[in-house]
Design a protein around this ligand. Structure first.
Ligand code: FE2
Length: 77
């Protein structure tokens, strides 16, 4: 299995997870519940780090040329 297949499969999981969060978030009763979900998303998967290493960093020099620098490069990195 290729790494891109794994990343694609993880995207499918994230889409379902985000749909679930979108549906259930209006019932959250506290900020702690929101923070708990956010924390579980950020700590549960090295997905973004893997994408950065394999795709974003090697292609970073091309983003400005195609007018997409702000799309791919965020202040969170
Ligand atoms: Fe991704």
């Amino acid at each position: 299995m290729k790494i891109t297949d794994i990343l694609r499969a993880e995207h499918s999981v994230f889409h379902n997870l985000f749909d679930h969060i979108e549906a259930t978030a209006p019932q959250f009763k506290s900020l702690a519940e929101v923070k708990s979900v956010a924390l579980s998303l950020t700590r549960s998967c090295p997905h973004s780090h893997t994408e950065d290493e394999l795709f974003i960093d090697p292609l970073e020099h091309c983003f400005d040329q195609i007018g997409q620098k702000e799309t791919f490069i965020t202040n969170t990195r």
